[in-house]
Design a protein around this ligand. Sequence first.
Ligand code: SF4
Length: 322
Amino acid sequence: MRTGAFKGCRLCGHNCLVDRFAGQVGRCGAGQKIGLALGVVHHGEEPPLSGVYPGGGSGAIFFTRCNLACAFCQNWQISQTVGAGVEVEVDVLVEVMYQLAEAGVHNINLVSPTPHVAEIAKALERAKNRGFRLPIVYNTGGYDSLRALAIMEGLVDVYLPDIKIGQDPTLAPGEPDSVAMRLFGAGDYAFVNQQAVQEMHRQTGTLTLDGRGLAVRGLLVRHLVLPDNLARTNLVLPWVAERLGTDSFVSLMAQYHPNHRLMRDDASEYRQFLGLTRPLSVREYDRSVDQAWELGLVNTFVQDLSAADNYRPDFSKPIVFN
Ligand code: SF4
């Protein structure tokens, strides 16, 4: 199962069916090798991942060639730019994992891994065979196929998926959603995402923490609240409570900022999403936090609205995170 994943690639919901072994590329543009952008100690993740500053931090490994195309992606310099990063062999990824471990990180945090899961799985197997013991975090946009998750089963300790948007109740599951298409590049995002997140929960269960409050195993979902309720937060939170349980760990993020295509001259193509030209308001965010509490989602992490400035990376600078 863990080999041959590129032959007729079905690693994500795009289901391109291209033969990446034969040099064909699909929507993400990924080839046979791992697209590696950066390995860095990250102190800005949720407390169970980064720990208490200035402690160990999370060992973030950023990959290129994301399978989504979010209009306001804060990592766009590496995720959606042709030629970003370098293509590396499996052993290079193993070495980066060991370098981060030697720096004292609490976990290895694989960021946007989906198009590369077949090679990542080989790296994780090699590292584990050498005795590598840190928890492995699979930090994904959440548009993973069940096939990709079957490859990762048993290798991932903590799943960290986005739930970017709720299912439009006026559409049948899987029916193209024009908002999800425009904002994230995947019209069936909610359908694929809900299946994927439930599978991640089945594999690892509710997040468990050690005595220091650090993530050991389980699921932590992220949801970025958007202006004008464009992410349908009012539908996402009840879905989490009902399908995953009210003890689920949820990171309710306030850090929306009009990045990437929203900053460009051609942003007029997003005219219909007027709210995206401004940050989230305090009232909008507080409404979502209140809903999480009302639903009994007691393990919800909240952010200060200043997160929109504090957590914005710049991958063109030597120090990427402030
Ligand atoms: S990872 Fe997804 S977008 Fe990339 S080639 Fe495979 S199916 Fe297509």
